[in-house]
Design a protein around this ligand. Structure first.
Ligand code: ADP
Ligand code: MG
Length: 616
């Protein structure tokens, strides 16, 4: 094309495309849901803009917010069209090739180590999955602020952009034309496409139409005697007399033939799942809804969900999910760019999925959505962000989220003290779910204890850890307390780098001998955690490597202190006050003659190590 401008793909994007083109990945279906998801995003965007400016929608067909799929079997073209926001020339250049998103290299890396291509959408590069099935792709797009352009590429490192002077004007929106490879001919089959839309795009909130063929019976005049004979014979089976009557009236003879016509067939039901009563929604529907929200199309079920509505001053409906796995960048970007995974709708209209005001950071691993009737529709995102109702919504969401997590534990037979060995073999799909939750998201609960003073106690209930007595299993503070020895006032714990290291610690000698249980904290974040978690259910926490440990009767040591006074003062002198604060007789040891204990408010030895490794 004479007016085409050529561009090179950004290097990472080019690598990504190579991987996709050469992939032997068998589930090529995923491209369709990625395109539909992009179309849906583009429709959400124009609908959002139209809240404050009706003009953007234009008139006539342009006002219809829909997605249309069409096949050209002869030319082997599959096209997906939306009436969304569209892309300007600059958008096309940036979004489809020259600016790599943060997920691009992360995804390339994943793919090189045998990662699942299915997860492409989660990395923000779903568009390129079109090259699983096509060798040439055209993107025709019209944005309100620009002319209509065509982006095209054969995935050979370059793409071209031309002003569109030959296609039919789109009005507004985007049409993606896939020139299917020979191996991908199955996508020219209408029933295959219907099946895929059902499977992957059930929860898209815009109508999806397929230009579908339909066999219809049409009456055509029959000119040949022979064929009319045949017809007479077949009809005569039902009623001979009628035919005779027909003949008598001398009507022109006709015959019925099959003819193929086309019409737009609606493929999805756009009733939002969260507006339905929770009683009417099946587990399977929730699971599918989760998959579409999370762009996670593994077969894994979410660990839990909660679907509820809030009434009163602030009305909203919400669905929250605990994913089966933590997202790839959950803690990587925790302190800088972690975005909430919650979608905000106002009266069924999608507003944003980057609303950090709805959930605290530590709960950003949750997926879900909130639809509020109380929030105003026709204000800017910035205004909305400051709306007073958000605080109320946030508070309720946190409560519900923590309840939902506690329920995972309550329903998990592994968590109960009952002996389940008799029921061995009995299938319980809740079994082991809390351990799974803890392994994926335990750190988030700990960060919550640090950050959320208001819910600290609720979060502490969710803590799990191993102890000197837990026998390799996880246990909780409540269970620890139920096992405390008579007269034991404090909850004992020890911090370190691993359970194996801690088990050998001399700090445990005295406690073990007297049969006290000690919690092992082996995650670096635990040191910070314990600076915030001072007590639980009126019990104080005591780091057993720090001063202040009280076990057994103090009176017994009193005499010893007296008789060894000379030794302790000699020692204190010998070590000098720069090195130690004091030298004391204690009952915390058994075989080891002496041990270095840190002061109550000082850093533990483990904390010293953590700080050192951080400054290196
Ligand atoms: P993501 O959807 O996660 O942003 P994609 O690779 O699927 O990543 O899409 C890349 C970008 O291309 C989108 O963010 C969007 O800006 C643009 N885009 C893709 N498809 C469309 C479309 N149908 N309409 C408008 N913009 C689109
Ligand atoms: Mg996408």
């Amino acid at each position: 094309r004479s007016n085409a401008e050529k561009f090179e793909f950004q290097a990472e994007v080019s690598r990504l495309m190579d991987i996709i083109i050469n992939s032997l990945y068998s589930n090529k279906d995923i491209f369709l849901r990625e395109l539909i998801s992009n179309a849906s995003d583009a429709l959400d965007k124009i609908r959002f803009l139209s809240l404050t400016d009706k003009e953007v929608l234009g008139e006539g067909d342009n006002t219809k917010l829909e997605i249309m799929i069409k096949l050209d079997k002869e030319k082997k073209i599959l096209s997906i069209r939306d009436r969304g926001i569209g892309m300007t020339k600059e958008d096309l250049i940036k979004n489809l090739g020259t600016i790599a998103k943060s997920g691009t290299s992360a995804f390339v890396e994943k793919m090189q180590t045998g990662g699942d291509l299915n997860l492409i959408g989660q990395f923000g590069v779903g568009f390129y999955s079109v090259y699983l099935v096509s060798d040439y792709v055209e993107v025709i797009s019209k944005h309100n602020d620009d002319k209509q352009y065509v982006w095209e590429s054969k995935a050979d490192g370059a793409f071209a952009i031309s002003e569109d002077t030959w296609n039919e004007p789109l009005g507004r929106g985007t049409e993606i034309r896939l020139h299917l490879r020979d191996e991908a001919k199955e996508y020219l089959d209408e029933s295959k496409l219907k099946e895929l839309v059902k499977k992957y795009s059930e929860f898209i909130n815009f109508p999806i139409y397929l230009w579908a063929s339909k066999e219809v019976d049409v009456e055509v005049p029959s000119d040949e005697e022979e064929s009319s004979d045949v017809e007479e014979k077949s009809e005569s089976e039902s009623s001979e007399e009628e035919i005779e009557e027909d003949d008598a009236e001398k009507k022109p003879k006709t015959k019925t033939v099959k003819e193929t016509t086309y019409e737009w067939e609606l493929l999805n039901d756009v009733k939002a799942i969260w507006l339905r009563s929770p009683k009417e929604v099946t587990d399977e529907e929730y699971t599918k809804f989760y998959h579409s929200l999370a762009k996670d199309f593994s077969d894994e079920k979410p660990l839990a969900w909660s679907h509820f509505s809030a009434e009163g001053d602030v009305e909203f409906k919400a669905v929250l999910f605990v994913p089966p796995k933590a997202p790839h960048d959950l803690y990587e970007s925790y302190y800088n760019s972690r975005k909430s995974n919650l979608k905000l709708y106002v009266r069924r209209v999608f507003i944003s999925d980057e609303f950090d005001e709805l959930l605290p950071k530590y709960l950003s691993f949750l997926m879900g959505l909130v639809d509020s009737d109380t929030l105003p529709l026709n204000v800017s995102r910035e205004m909305l962000q400051q709306h007073s109702s958000l605080k109320t919504i946030k508070k309720k969401l946190i409560r519900k989220a923590l309840d939902m997590i506690r329920k995972i534990a309550d329903e998990d037979p592994d968590e109960s003290d009952k002996d389940h060995s008799e029921e061995a073999g009995e299938e319980n799909e809740k079994k082991g779910l809390y351990t799974k939750f803890w392994n994926e998201f335990g750190k988030s609960i700990k960060l919550g204890i640090i950050e959320d003073a208001q819910n600290r106690n609720r979060l502490a209930k969710l803590l799990r850890f191993e102890t000197t007595k837990s026998d390799g299993k996880l246990t909780s503070l409540d269970k620890y307390i139920s096992r405390m020895k008579p007269g034991q006032k404090d909850i004992f714990y020890l911090t370190g780098t691993s359970k194996e290291q801690l088990e050998k610690s001399p700090f445990l000698e005295g406690l073990k001998k007297k049969d006290y249980e000690v919690i092992f904290f082996t995650d670096p974040v635990d040191e910070y955690l314990m600076q915030y978690l001072m007590d639980y259910e009126d019990k104080k926490f005591q780091n057993v490597s720090k001063e202040g440990l009280k076990i057994g009767k103090e009176s017994k040591i009193k005499d010893l202190k007296e008789s060894f006074k000379e030794l302790t003062s000699w020692w204190k002198e010998a070590l000098s006050s720069e090195n130690v604060d004091s030298v004391k007789i204690s009952n915390r040891l058994d075989n080891t003659p002496c041990v270095v204990v840190t002061s109550k408010y000082g850093w533990s030895a483990n904390m010293e190590k953590i700080m050192q490794s951080q400054t290196l």
